[in-house]
Design a protein around this ligand. Structure first.
Ligand code: CU
Length: 230
């Protein structure tokens, strides 16, 4: 027993060392660069508020629907930045929680594949998606069902709602290439972007889409900025 355990520990250590010194990893990760994308918005934040009179113990008495979130230096939060033409980027699996009768996070990115939906509210929610490329989902997630896994194989932006709580709103961007969501200051970093000319796309739920061509350099960080308009 002790030798088996010893061998296992030795193997684990060898794997850790190999990972540390950078032996060949997953294909496509080599020769990539990083994109630091800044998205700005020259307008006012849009936040809708709604009185809630259902499941108030978990949902509270007021729902805040953040449609346009603007942070420091006019940075636009919740924008999806992606490199649709790039292959071999790091696959991102999304996890969306239903917490406080909100989808958390409000906007997510994922590689085509599985999405994990959590219900940490201890009440009934009902996932209802709006999509065209992927089959739509309309499924109850009772309080005892803490996790549900759904498949989205085709690239598109999917709207997420709940039929029990009409104000609940979320977005899932299924992207074939590397992608990220801007933080509260409008910044997102995308790593493992293949070097060369790449198209960078920005999408926002109410402000639409923009794209730009950039030159990505291996081992370097390239900065790109966008300004979204009303
Ligand atoms: Cu709900």
């Amino acid at each position: 027993m002790r030798t088996v355990l010893g061998a296992f520990v030795a193997l684990a250590a060898a794997v850790a060392v190999a990972a540390f010194i950078g032996l060949p990893g997953p294909a496509g990760a080599q020769g990539g660069g990083t994109l630091e994308v800044e998205v700005k918005y020259n307008g006012q934040p849009v936040v809708d508020k709604l009185k809630v009179n259902k499941d108030t113990e978990k949902c509270g008495t007021e729902a805040v629907i953040e449609k346009v979130v603007v942070g420091a230096n006019k940075g636009l939060a919740n924008a999806v930045v992606s490199v649709p033409g790039a292959k071999g980027g790091k696959a991102v699996k999304a996890v969306v929680d239903q917490h406080g009768c909100k989808f958390v996070p409000h906007v997510s990115v994922m590689a085509p594949g599985e999405l994990e939906l959590k219900n940490s509210d201890d009440i009934l929610h009902n996932i209802h998606t709006y999509s065209t490329a992927n089959p739509p989902i309309n499924k109850a997630q009772p309080k005892f069902k803490k996790t549900m896994t759904e498949k989205f194989e085709k690239p598109e932006v999917i709207k997420l709602t709940c039929d029990v709580h009409s104000w609940m709103l979320g977005w899932i961007a299924v992207t074939p290439g590397p992608a990220a969501v801007t933080d509260k200051d409008g910044v997102a970093k995308i790593t493992d972007v293949p070097a060369g000319k790449q198209k960078v796309e920005v999408w926002h739920e109410t402000l639409g889409k923009q794209d730009k061509e950039v030159e990505v350099k291996a081992g370097q960080t390239t900065k790109v900025s966008f300004e979204m308009k009303k």
